[in-house]
Design a binder for this molecule. Structure first.
Ligand code: THU
Length: 147
C-alpha cells in the first residue's frame, strides 16, 4: 500500500468520526473501505438504544459497498476513540473480522489502523483472524486437500 493512498484513507476515516451516532458509548469510529478498483466507501458506527442493533463503522462501510454491487476489496482503514480523540489504534471487533472474511482474501486484504496520517500500522486479515472460517470452507472437500 502506497503511503499517499494510506494517508488519503486515514484522512477520510477521520472525517467519518463526525458522523458517528454514539449517544451511549461516546466512542467514535470511522472507516474507509477500498475496492480493488480504487473506489472508497465510508462508514461510521451507529448505536441503538437496544444496544445489540449497533453497527460498527467497518460493517457500515462493507454493507454500503456490497449493497452497491461491490465484491472485491483491497483494504480498510479504521480510526476511533472516546469523544473522537485518537490516542490508540482501534482494532476491528470479531464480528467485523468475520464480515471481512466473507468478502476478502485473508492473505492479501490489508487493515490499516491509524491515529493520524503519520502514525499507522498495516495488518493482513490473516494476522487479525488466523484460521478464519470463510466461504471456501463450505466447498466440498477434495480428499487430497484434506489435512
Ligand atoms: N466499534 C466500531 O465501530 N468498530 C470496532 O471495530 C470496535 C467497536 C463501535 C461499536 C460501538 O458503537 C462503540 O465502538 C463502542 O464499542
Amino acid at each position: 500500500m502506497e503511503r499517499q493512498l494510506a494517508e488519503e484513507m486515514i484522512e477520510r476515516a477521520i472525517e467519518q468520526l463526525g458522523y458517528a451516532y454514539v449517544p451511549y458509548s461516546g466512542f467514535r469510529v470511522g472507516a474507509v473501505l477500498l475496492t480493488e478498483e480504487g473506489k472508497m466507501y465510508t462508514g461510521c458506527n451507529i448505536e441503538n438504544a437496544a444496544y445489540t442493533p449497533t453497527n460498527c463503522a467497518e460493517r457500515t462501510a462493507f454493507f454500503k459497498a456490497v449493497s452497491e454491487g461491490e465484491r472485491r476489496f483491497r483494504a480498510i482503514c479504521i480510526v476511533g476513540g472516546k469523544d473522537g480523540v485518537l490516542t490508540e489504534y482501534t482494532p476491528p471487533c470479531g464480528v467485523c473480522r468475520q464480515v471481512m472474511m466473507e468478502f476478502c482474501n485473508p492473505d492479501t486484504f490489508q487493515i490499516i489502523l491509524a491515529t493520524d496520517t503519520k502514525h499507522y500500522k498495516i495488518y493482513t486479515l490473516k494476522e487479525m483472524l488466523p484460521m478464519g472460517f470463510g466461504p471456501g470452507n463450505l466447498e466440498p472437500a477434495v480428499p487430497e486437500k484434506r489435512k
